[in-house]
Design a protein around this ligand. Structure first.
Ligand SMILES: Cc1cc2nc3c(=O)[nH]c(=O)nc-3n(C[C@H](O)[C@H](O)[C@H](O)COP(=O)(O)OP(=O)(O)OC[C@H]3O[C@@H](n4cnc5c(N)ncnc54)[C@H](O)[C@@H]3O)c2cc1C
Ligand SMILES: *[C@@H]1O[C@H](CO)[C@@H](O)[C@H](O)[C@H]1NC(C)=O
Ligand SMILES: *[C@@H]1O[C@H](CO)[C@@H](O)[C@H](O)[C@H]1NC(C)=O
Ligand SMILES: *[C@@H]1O[C@H](CO)[C@@H](O)[C@H](O)[C@H]1NC(C)=O
Ligand SMILES: *[C@@H]1O[C@H](CO)[C@@H](O)[C@H](O)[C@H]1NC(C)=O
Ligand SMILES: *[C@@H]1O[C@H](CO)[C@@H](O)[C@H](O)[C@H]1NC(C)=O
Length: 380
């Protein structure tokens, strides 16, 4: 009997080692919600393991116990998402409700795509990587030095310089310079006016690096749980602050995840289209907010924030997949991304943008996740 136990333990141990080391990105802290019972309370619960969510979760796990709840599955092991040869596929063939590139039609009838996968938009998007202009950073009242180091932290893992251009790309570059779109900046991640080659999240081997690679590279494995197919439908509020969340797994079962202390927080990073849910009503303090149907996500409205969020949405959502706005800085969240009028609730994702960064936003969304994470580590 003892022998059997030892053998069994050894097998489990080996299996774990293999999972830890698996180079397709499968790691032991990323698990299915349907087969996981949470044994802990968490210092931070991140709603949405998307472009911003992975960056902030990886950062906070350096010192605190973090839970990430992502409604989609994993991109790892899926060449349709991770290989450059298939990169047009997510646009050309949007999928159904379960798909990582979920098709949806906006209220005004515009067909579009919503990310539904760990890594969020960064797992399915066009992979163009470009920083925001200085005015965007100063309008958001962000510290320039921390912005710089946060971009660098992101770039070290996900971005690279493309080296293999098609004849078409080469002639476009030549044409721009010829008609005077200058200077020629060569390659840079920076936002510049002129002609340049920007970064890409596909590397020189044609492999995509979504924001979830930030978890693999930087997260403290002992401090983080990432649950897949975990759809948050309610933020629990008590006495003007958040207490935890309710979520469902893909078997339709409901689960509760709780915060560990008064200083703990729920961080909503569900994307401009998902952040969220949780109703459009003013909340009585001590109450809860909920979304009846995840397809009908409306944006966060909270406590004393008495606004019709959908107004913001209509004003700011664009049709070229670069959704942002909904919970603007200084209006719905304060300059530290805290939902005004509530304790322990932040929004950190593209929905906080005051305006478009004037370029492809994913670099800035990931930077923001890192940035706010570092600020929290510094001030707590
Ligand atoms: C088709 C397409 C192409 C694009 N191309 C580019 C490009 O080339 N370059 C670029 O810079 N940008 C591009 N973008 C835009 C960029 O990807 C997004 O702006 C960015 O990913 C937004 O990040 P986010 O963190 O705000 O939201 P997301 O990355 O969408 O993250 C939100 C996450 O929350 C999850 N979620 C939502 N609701 C819930 C819930 N209730 N419970 C649990 N989880 C939930 C979602 O599944 C998702 O993973 C593209 C976008 C799309 C859709
Ligand atoms: C949990 O979800 C995964 C992913 O969809 C699925 O493969 C697995 O069978 C589910 N587990 C159970 C017990 O149904
Ligand atoms: C470079 O591009 C060519 C044609 O676009 C392609 O056949 C080749 O596989 C690419 N090489 C790499 C390393 O991506
Ligand atoms: C909130 O949503 C409900 C139904 O989704 C709608 O009837 C109601 O008018 C909305 N309230 C506000 C304040 O927008
Ligand atoms: C979701 O929105 C659609 C279209 O606006 C509507 O027909 C449907 O009744 C809504 N569902 C819920 C549960 O609110
Ligand atoms: C919400 O705002 C409207 C318009 O500004 C105002 O008339 C209403 O009294 C406010 N409600 C609450 C509960 O603050």
């Amino acid at each position: 009997m003892l022998k059997f136990h030892l053998f069994f333990i050894a097998v489990i141990y080996c299996t774990l080692r293999i999972i830890e080391a698996n180079d397709d990105g499968a790691v032991s802290f990323i698990r299915e919600a349907n087969s996981t019972t949470l044994e802990h309370k968490y210092d931070y619960i991140v709603v949405g393991g998307g472009t911003a969510g992975c960056a902030i979760a990886a950062t906070l796990s350096q010192r605190y116990k973090v839970l990430v709840l992502e409604r989609g599955g994993s991109p790892y092991g899926n060449p349709l998402l991770l290989r450059i040869e298939n990169s047009g596929n997510t646009f050309a063939n949007p999928g159904g409700l379960e798909a990582p590139n979920q098709a949806f039609t906006s209220e005004d009838g515009v067909a579009s795509i919503r990310p539904n996968v760990l890594g969020g938009g960064s797992s399915i998007n066009g992979a163009v990587y470009n920083r925001a202009p200085d005015e965007f950073i100063s309008d958001a009242k962000l510290d320039k030095n921390l912005v710089e180091s946060s971009y660098a932290w992101v770039e070290k893992v996900v971005a690279s310089r493309p080296r293999n251009f098609s004849a078409f790309q080469n002639s476009i570059r030549g044409a721009l310079l010829e008609v005077g779109v200058t200077p020629d900046f060569g390659f840079t991640y920076k936002y510049v006016v002129g002609t340049k080659t920007t970064g890409n999240t596909f590397d020189s081997h044609g492999q995509r690096h979504p924001s979830s690679d930030l978890l693999l590279a930087y997260a403290n494995h002992k401090n983080i749980d990432v649950l897949l197919h975990a759809t948050v439908y309610k933020v629990l509020l008590q006495g003007g602050g958040s207490r935890g969340v309710l979520y469902t797994d893909n078997l339709g079962r409901s689960h509760t995840a709780l915060l560990s202390s008064e200083r703990s927080e729920v961080i909503i990073s569900a994307g401009a289209l998902g952040t969220l849910v949780f109703g459009n009503q003013s909340l009585p303090s001590g109450g809860t907010v909920s979304s009846p149907d995840r397809r009908n996500a409306t944006l966060v409205a909270s406590g004393s924030v008495n606004r019709t969020i959908s107004e913001f949405c209509r004003r700011s959502v664009s049709t070229n997949y670069h959704y942002h706005g909904g919970c603007p800085l200084g209006e719905v969240v304060d300059w530290s991304f805290r939902v005004m009028g509530l304790n322990g609730l932040r929004v950190v994702d593209g929905s906080t943008f005051l305006s478009t960064p004037g370029t492809n936003p994913q670099a800035t969304v990931m930077m923001l996740g890192r940035y706010v994470g570092v600020e929290i580590l510094k001030t707590r």
